[in-house]
Write a protein that binds this ligand. Sequence first.
Ligand code: NAD
Length: 356
Amino acid sequence: MIVGVLKETYTNERRVAVVPRDVSKLKELGFEVLVESNAGKLAYFEDEEYESEGARIEDRKYILSNADIILKINPPETKEVEYIKDGALIVAFLYEWKNEELKKAVLEKHIRYLALEKIPRTTKAQFVDVLSSQATLAGYKAVLIAGELSPKLFPMLTTAAGTVKPANVLVIGVGVAGLQALATAKRIGANTFAYDIRPETKTEAESVGAKFLQSPVIVESKGGYARELTDEEKQKQYQFLKDNVARMDVVITTAQVPGRPAPKIITKDMVDGMKKGSVIVDIASDNGGNCELTEPGRTIEYNGVIISGPLNVPSMLPITASEMFSKNMFNLLKLIKEHPEMDDEILEAMLVKGGE
Ligand code: NAD
């Protein structure tokens, strides 16, 4: 079985799906490993390191047409599908709602595709869950970005020059990224607050020392995910959040609804009510953002409020992000080796099928 690791081509993408240290482990499992030249360069992994772990460096077309399993982070381009072997397997994100043509091309060529965004969000699937490993990093980094942009100190400080009060940091969306953001902000001394519409997030937020702002809108989750709110629920949420947001120094937003643009939670009007020098870090920016004023990919200042919309935040920590992604990939390949017919509940859930 030949496994091919391709270089990522998206702008802002510095990660690589497999790091050198996992190549020798894949070989122990019986895989031959091909790596595209410079695949790990932007994450500081050189071709020589891959070679010394037993990989062969090849060009992209060779890998596309010879690999039995193609490993990537972002989806390949539709035009590349023609080079891929019939019956091969691609493991990568697909986001089929925005890549219908790619999905069609893949299915027509009888190429199997395991879509990483379809990983079940269960404890059992944690060992392959790239969504969680990458979201954890995004949550951590969001706090560092906020700290860098904020004109105020995060921790309380008692000095001869007076006592500095800790910053108030609100995290909206307490999924994996939000929880890590809360834990990180707490660790550097901020006063932390959490908001989410899934009731189970209360105990999770409190377990990392945050004060939970009890939402007037409660949504029972489906597979752990939230749904889009009705107009009436949005209005209730707005009324509740407006005053709470106004007393914060930093707001970190991470809210997502699968397959939909990110919900707009912070309105222009709410930003108008914020203190000058407050900071919003909107890590839902890849999906449009949770703040009406977010400009994805940019940091702007509006009426004295600094609003940052960083894109692909895990890629800002390319070494750790690639190492964690690679570990998840290795675990997934082990599972695939044990279940080549995809007769496993995790693989079954990830397998892209026609007519969905
Ligand atoms: P996500 O990225 O889909 O969303 C982030 C958060 O935004 C969610 O908590 C969601 O409730 C919240 N949100 C959506 N709309 C909102 C709104 N209008 N207002 C406020 N908040 C809103 O979430 P995720 O981090 O991918 O996590 C998804 C699920 O997977 C969670 O239930 C999580 O507990 C679960 N999970 C479970 C395990 C496990 O080991 N069992 C591991 C990882 C994740």
